[in-house]
Design a protein around this ligand. Sequence first.
Ligand code: PLP
Length: 234
Amino acid sequence: MYVQRLKENLPGVEERVAGALARAGRSDAVRVVAVTKGHPLDAIRAAVGLGLRDVGENRVQELDHKRSTLGPELEPELEPVWHLIGHLQRNKVRRALSLADWIHSVDSLRLAREVSSESVRAGVVTRVLVQVNMSGEETKGGFDAATADAGVAEVLQLPGLSCAGLMTMAPLTEDEAVIRRTFAATRQLLERTRAAGLQLGTELSMGMSGDYEIAIEEGSTMIRLGTVLFGERQ
Ligand SMILES: *Cc1c(COP(=O)(O)O)cnc(C)c1O
């Protein structure tokens, strides 16, 4: 069922991605993170089978279950790159480090410090994105616009982290201009930080099913897609 669904949905998504890249005059590519939270293992099997190697989950427990179940089954070259995209509780950091190849949701200094110290303890460097909340919507996590510059700069000083870029979520609104401003503000923060000589990577994780074309037009390098690929979650 998931193979069928993905075969139906993926070409249209790829076409829209290509269209958005072209409108923005971009010649680079966008990484599609297939968000499989709330879907069974078959969604992941379908994704990797059709060449989508980046898989996103928003809870450590679900990631753990899916990764440990699928691991022994998949050929090593089909092993997904696992992205943790949801809010991470500090008491789950240690477990998350051994499960996630990317953590998109470093949304506070306290969490960043915990990921840093656990990484140092484990002797690893953890690839993270700093989550920012440029729209100020209260239900969204991340450094808010007023503190983001300083907050990102502080995270960048912590050992044990490789800060690959920024992540954001647009507010829940039909107003395209508001969504676009949120993405643009995130890109500008990345550009400002890099121009200041700080060690921040170039990744911008922005765009979900409802807004990924706008995100790409505003510079997204990673889109996190669930519903448009796999249908509604249970
Ligand atoms: C669930 C989720 C997504 C995917 O959402 P869709 O609208 O289904 O594409 C993307 N990012 C985060 C952080 C999520 O939690």
